[in-house]
Ligand binder design. Sequence first.
Ligand code: SF4
Length: 360
Amino acid sequence: MNFSRHLLSRYHKNKRDLPWRHTKDPYLIWLSEVIMQQTRIEQGTPYYEKFVSAYPTLVHLAVAEEQEVLKLWQGLGYYSRARNLHATAQLIVKEYAGKFPEAYADIRKLKGVGNYTAAAIASVCFGLPYPVMDGNVLRFISRYSGIVESIDKSEVQKRIHAFVSDHIDHKNPGDFNQAMMEFGAMVCMPKNPDCAHCIFRKSCVAFKNNTVDQIPARNEKATIRNRFIHYLVITMTFRGKDFIYLNKRTGNDIWKNLYDFPSIEHNMAQREHHLPENEFNVLLKSNRPEFLEVSDQYIHLLTHQKLHIRFYRFHSDRIIELPFFLIPLKDIHKYPVPKPVDLYIRGNIFSKKLDFAQKK
Ligand code: SF4
């Protein structure tokens, strides 16, 4: 039996029953692929189900408010994926009358759609033989072929792409691509691959050469940038009602179009428990809200950044004017916020629960 038949036969016997494997609707396949990028299946599946329920068709997604889409995405990270999904749905409605483009070149041109996602949609939905190349496929084929050079090199990726192109099943490229990814995820795993039960162990070069644990090789990791963020959580009571200031993030920094609190940022660590008072005074101007408490430091890791975050709680019993959004405190849960802010609001960063529903 050749490589492709071997792989497909195993896939049809053992594949996981995932919700998007029951459809060839390009909108749903696109949605599932975007959600699953950089995300574990167990974490992404509930998001896929929430999105399908809120936006059953591409048109439903296109007419939604961006803020609503970001709110639904909250907690999944890499928020540019949600912004691109929304913008691309609007573009497909405008330029393709709401019908998903079928040609690989047109799919690839869509915002936020790279080679991987375009190949997945083209093969699963339209039967086109474009190989998908995700981390699972790179790992599996680099081991199978015994490639000891780094898989980050474009020349190595081209070799693996050529291997997969040569072996792709032209009758069923969608299943073949899913079978490749599934094999990498379930058998040829990053740690402790199941070589003992692997259907390819007789032809796998890494297994034969006893180099499985050295492949795939990777380039040195990029350096991590440390950022020290001091959030000012400023609540205000006016005519018996509670309000809070939120900041909408703009520009090309992390969490674009999400909401957080007014903040001051340093590149250097402040001494423990040292309030960056001067900067607070600049931000608060002549306003003098009462300082209540400071949170523990919370560390949040992003791909190339390490965020060191503290929340400083202030309250005022009179009106103060600051250049941020002033919203009723009870509405704070309607806004899309990054994970550390969500954790703070839910009381998970303080050692004791901070009840945002109650005036301090
Ligand atoms: S024998 Fe081991 S390393 Fe080789 S393809 Fe199978 S699981 Fe991967």
